[in-house]
Write a protein that binds this ligand. Structure first.
Ligand code: NAP
Length: 190
C-alpha cells in the first residue's frame, strides 16, 4: 500500500452488479466489512470461495431492469437500520432514474456511493459528467466517487481491461479516494 492511501473498514456495504468482473473487488471489500449485501439476478449462487467471507454475504436476487421493483425490494430487505457506509455499483445502462433512486436509498446513512462505468462515459458532456453534476446538485450529502474503466495498450492496439485489472483498479480507487479514478487509458486514439 502506498503512502497516503487508506485502509478502509466498513460496517455495511451494498454491492450491486459486482458478482462478475468485480468478484475479486467484492472479496476485498468483504474482508473489511461486517455486513455485505450483494445484489444481482443470480446473487444467491454467488460465492467468494472463502467460508468466512461468504458468511458475511447477504444475497439479494433482483433485476434492476424494473427500477420500481428493484428499489422496493432493496428497501424491504435492507430495512430502516441498514447502517450503510459504502455502496458500489456496476450498472451497464446509463439508467439515471435507477441511479438517483439508489442515491436516495443511501441518504439516511450518508453512505459513500461509488459508481463504476465504461470509458465511453468520459466523453465531454457524457455520462460521467452528468452523473457528477446530478450528485453535486441533488445528493451533495453523499461522498461520491466515479471509477471509469479505460483501455490498456497491447501489441495489437488498445484492449479492454481484464477482470483482474478491473478489480485491482477498483480496490486502488477505494483506497485512494478522490472524485474520479480512471483505470487504464481514457479511450482509443482516433
Ligand atoms: N473499458 C473496459 O475495459 C470495459 C468496460 C466495460 C466492460 N468490459 C468488459 O465487459 C465484460 C463483461 O461485462 P459485464 O457487464 O458482463 O460485467 P460482469 O461484471 O461480468 O457482469 C455484470 C454484473 O452485473 C449484474 N447484472 C447484469 N445485469 C443485471 C440486471 N439486469 N439486474 C441486476 N444485476 C445485473 C451481473 O449479475 P447477474 O447476471 O447475476 O444479474 C453481474 O454481477 C467484462 O469482461 C469486462 O472486461 C470492459
Amino acid at each position: 500500500m502506498a503512502a497516503g492511501e487508506l485502509e478502509p473498514r466498513y460496517r455495511h456495504a451494498l454491492l450491486i452488479g459486482t458478482t462478475g468482473m468485480l468478484a475479486a473487488a467484492s472479496a476485498w471489500i468483504a474482508a473489511r466489512t461486517e455486513r455485505v449485501t450483494v445484489v444481482a439476478r443470480r446473487a444467491p449462487e454467488f460465492r467468494l470461495g472463502d467460508p468466512v467471507l461468504d458468511g458475511r454475504l447477504e444475497r439479494i436476487a433482483a433485476d434492476y431492469a424494473d427500477t420500481d421493483a428493484f428499489i422496493a425490494g432493496l428497501e424491504v430487505r435492507l430495512g430502516a437500520a441498514a447502517g450503510l457506509d459504502l455502496c458500489v455499483t456496476w450498472i451497464r445502462p446509463a439508467a439515471h432514474d435507477l441511479r438517483d433512486r439508489i442515491a436516495v436509498l443511501l441518504h439516511a446513512s450518508r453512505a459513500r456511493l461509488v459508481e463504476i462505468s465504461g470509458s465511453r462515459s468520459l466523453k465531454p458532456g457524457g455520462f460521467a459528467e452528468r452523473r457528477a453534476e446530478t450528485m453535486r446538485t441533488y445528493f451533495a450529502e453523499l461522498p461520491y466517487q466515479q471509477i471509469i474503466l479505460g483501455l490498456r495498450p497491447s501489441a495489437s492496439g488498445p484492449r479492454t481491461l481484464s477482470h483482474a485489472e478491473i478489480s485491482e483498479g477498483t480496490i486502488q480507487a477505494l483506497r485512494s479516494g478522490g472524485a474520479r479514478h480512471l483505470i487504464g487509458d481514457p479511450s482509443r486514439p482516433s
